[in-house]
Design a protein around this ligand. Structure first.
Ligand code: ADP
Ligand code: MG
Length: 231
């Protein structure tokens, strides 16, 4: 029995806009495992970002439970959540948010500097990450000297730097053309397979879904379907 990287149990989230209740999640129970790449699809407004934000500890559920590596997030203080977020969760967004004055190498190294990792460990991990995301030849370029796809690959490497259990990506190919998007998806897949991280990707793109191990369909705040791709 492998412990899920993250598990939600009857997760509900209701927003209030003045007096109007907006039920964004209506009871989601799902598990994601180490080394697995899962995709979440569904129409706009169905609750995808809400689910990612709750698993990412950016927000708290109205009810239900979330376990990260077996630890109950809903019982943790803000301080504990901040530490856990830094140590166990990597985030990738549609826009890359790299630091413009730093090279690809320096952007990858930065999370390890912040975490106080020793110099030699930072160097070998940064080189490993450059290989993983296929940018060893671009190490000393700044973001404005890289293509959109290359910048997103740096962002993925940065999210992996401190070896999280969970990598959350919200529309990571939303701003990229098909071919470039495909390269980004292959890097996410490699992250799952080579690093053993649980990768969860929200996307509209069926081409992205084809490369996942599992595809979950969310509608109106509920998971309404799931399929498993070959292999
Ligand atoms: P998706 O990412 O699938 O497009 P979201 O999770 O962003 O969907 O939103 C789900 C529902 O919750 C939508 O009806 C949306 O309008 C609502 N919602 C999301 N965030 C907020 C918020 N901060 N305040 C109020 N309503 C919100
Ligand atoms: Mg969204």
């Amino acid at each position: 029995m492998v412990l899920p990287a993250v598990e939600t149990v009857n997760l509900k989230k209701t927003y209030y806009l003045g007096k109007v209740r907006v039920p964004a999640l209506r009871g989601v129970s799902v598990k994601f495992f180490p080394g697995e790449m899962a995709v979440i699809m569904g129409p706009s407004g169905s609750g995808k970002t809400t689910l990612l934000n709750l698993m990412g500890t950016f927000d708290r559920p109205t009810s239900g439970k979330i376990y990260l590596d077996g630890q109950d997030l809903t019982r943790m203080s803000e301080g504990e959540l901040t530490r856990l977020r830094r140590e166990k969760i990597g985030f990738v967004f549609q826009f890359y948010n790299l630091i413009p004055v730093l090279t690809a190498y320096e952007n990858l190294e930065l999370p390890m500097l912040i975490a106080g990792k020793p110099k030699e460990e930072r160097r070998s991990r940064t080189e490993e990450l450059l290989r993983l995301v296929g940018l060893s030849q671009r190490a000393h370029h700044r973001p404005d000297e890289l293509s959109g796809g290359e910048q997103q690959r740096v962002a993925i490497g940065r999210a992996l730097a401190n070896r999280p259990s969970l990598l959350l990506a919200d529309e990571p190919t939303g701003d990229l053309d098909t071919k470039t998007g495909r390269e980004v998806v292959e890097v996410l897949r490699r992250a799952a397979k080579e690093e053993g991280v649980a990768v969860i990707v929200v996307t509209h793109d069926p081409k992205v879904a084809e490369r996942a191990d599992r595809v979950l369909e969310i509608r109106d705040g509920r998971i309404v379907g799931e399929r498993r791709n070959r292999g």
